[in-house]
Design a binder for this molecule. Structure first.
Ligand code: NAD
Length: 513
């Protein structure tokens, strides 16, 4: 690990003591059994983090509520100033944090840096937003009355996040929730606990330096049982949960049972449509990055390539040739394109998908398999694979969180491709590769893609923070990040003010005493 400067990064992030296996963390609440974090890069123990007990959780919620009571009265632009300071720290610590993300999660160092950059971008966005939490004014039907709406802080927001974006998803939520005046309690993935502690350390320091209560940013650690403490807790008006569809269904029901709000960012089954008018060079780059980037572990990873029969062989040959160039290995070594899967369970699911697609009649074009030998000791490195398949196969209908790309053929009109693209339960990201304006616009029209994200001439993965991010159908319907996604973190209030000596009723109702 020392080869790639991991120890130095851990020290810069205040996690120096994790190497000897002790619990660590500042201002987070965990007195339960320590959980070990092993790197998928080399299988080494990075450190241990103690988990949150029920008793700890009660302390957290009290501390968060106290934090909220102070934070909600601070003017939003001043809250923005705190987020700006937090962002300065992220800029300062971009490299060590990016490196830890890469080492603990397994994505390439470039993608680790990209993830921290995404945190920086959302903080910039949030700072500007802190002066733009606008409501509307309306014309009242009653004389001498004024109507308007305003947005107030919501309360203590619960954030549950997945392993694959161990830091960015937290910041998408917190940066907005903080300027909106909420306190946040974060349960990161149990697979990436150290990056969670690193982030919490940064936030805790900034709040402390400003004399603000620590409860504005809280961290709890552990598995789903710790997440459940929040989903069932009526003191948490909003739970934002990112992860699998399976998890989302459980969380949605638990939160709905107490009539809380949930913001769900769940799995995708994303496709790129390649029409006869596509630029093949860009299609190959977009599709390969989409399918193998983060080792196929992005919610927006390209799972299906829907190619017109006229260009099918050409696209197939070009993609297969591109896969031969891929270098798989230590993601901290910048000459490698593809790092490991997160753990051996993920490897088993990847192998299952390869077996299943053949059983269902698919044809493997690029062989998969687990890589062993020197440099691959963690057992988590796999070969990105491609199979020719059909959309209705059970395995194609599922999201396999690994680098398995399905090649599907369509013929005739674009409508047939759109039907295939929409013919899955998930609805996150989609793309079309075409230089034909009519095709592009049809894809974006009401009868086009049914996904939350629809791109033209770029791939399915790699969203910018300025737009609202999220998807339809089983992806959960939530929107985070840019546009007006902030509204979910606030409560809306409609105000009517009468400045006359009369009391006229709405709808002209007469009521005299
Ligand atoms: P996961 O569902 O296994 O876990 C996600 C988080 O939910 C973890 O923190 C976990 O502890 C928690 N959790 C699980 N069950 C819970 C329960 N019953 N109550 C409360 N919390 C619970 O997902 P994962 O393997 O970490 O991540 C991969 C999945 O996440 C993929 O399906 C991917 O598409 C999805 N994802 C979606 C987005 C998006 O924005 N749409 C972003 C990233 C990841």
């Amino acid at each position: 690990a020392t080869d790639f400067g991991i120890d130095k990064s851990l020290r810069a992030l205040g996690l120096a003591d994790v190497n000897n296996g002790t619990s660590t963390g500042k201002n987070f609440f965990g007195n339960g059994d320590p959980v070990a974090s092993y790197s998928p890069v080399d299988g080494a123990l990075i450190g241990k983090v103690s988990t949150t007990t029920r008793e700890d959780y009660e302390k957290v919620i009290t501390t968060a509520a106290e934090g909220f009571a102070v934070w909600r009265t601070m003017p939003a632009p001043q809250r923005g100033e705190i987020v700006r300071q937090f962002n300065d720290e992220l800029r300062r610590l971009k490299e060590p944090l990016g490196k830890l993300v890469s080492y603990e999660m397994g994505k390439s160092y470039q993608e680790g840096l990209g993830e921290v950059q995404e945190m920086i971008d959302i903080c910039d966005f949030a700072v500007g937003l802190s002066r733009q939490l606008h409501g509307l004014t309306m014309h009242s039907e009653r004389p001498g009355h004024r109507m308007y709406e305003q947005y107030h802080p919501l309360g203590v927001v619960g954030i549950i996040s997945a392993f694959n974006f161990p830091v960015a998803v937290w910041s998408w939520n917190t940066a907005l929730a903080w300027v909106c005046g909420d306190a946040c309690i974060w349960k990161g993935s149990e697979k990436t606990p150290l990056t969670s502690v690193a982030c919490q350390n940064i936030a805790a320091r900034v709040f402390a330096e400003n004399g603000l209560p620590e409860g504005i940013s809280c961290l709890i650690t552990g598995d789903y049982t710790v997440g459940e403490m929040m989903t069932r807790d009526e003191r948490i008006p909003l739970v934002s949960a990112t992860g699998s569809i399976r998890m989302g269904k459980i969380v949605a029901q638990a939160v709905a049972a107490r009539l809380g709000k949930s913001l769900l960012e769940l799995g995708g089954n994303n496709a790129i449509i390649v029409t006869p008018d596509a630029d093949i060079k860009n299609t190959v780059i977009g599709a390969v990055f989409g399918a193998v980037g983060t080792c196929g572990q992005r919610c927006t990873s390209t799972r299906r390539l829907i190619v017109h029969e006229d260009v099918y062989d050409k696209v197939k040959d070009a993609i297969v040739a591109a896969y031969k160039q891929l270098r798989i290995g230590n993601p901290l070594d910048e000459k490698n394109h593809v790092g490991p899967l997160i753990d051996k369970d993920a490897v088993a699911r990847y192998l299952h998908a390869l077996k299943k697609v053949e059983e269902e009649g698919g044809k493997v074009l690029v062989e998969g398999g687990v890589i062993s030998g020197e440099g691959y000791e963690s057992g988590c490195y796999v070969k990105p694979a491609i199979a020719e398949a059909e959309n209705h196969y059970d395995i194609v209908q599922e999201e396999t969180f690994a680098p398995v790309l399905y090649l599907l053929k369509y013929s005739g009109d674009l409508e047939n491709a759109i039907r295939l693209q929409n013919g899955v339960k998930q609805g996150l990201s989609s793309a079309i590769m075409t230089n034909n304006l009519r095709e592009a616009e049809r894809f974006l029209s009401a009868e086009g893609s049914d996904c939350g994200i629809a791109n033209v001439n770029i791939g399915t993965s790699g969203a910018e923070i300025g737009g609202a991010f999220g998807g339809e159908k089983e992806t959960g319907g939530g929107r985070e990040s840019g546009s007006d996604a902030w509204k979910v973190y606030m409560r809306r209030q409609t105000n009517t003010i009468n400045y006359t000596t009369e009391l006229p009723l709405a709808q002209g109702i007469k009521f005299d005493l």
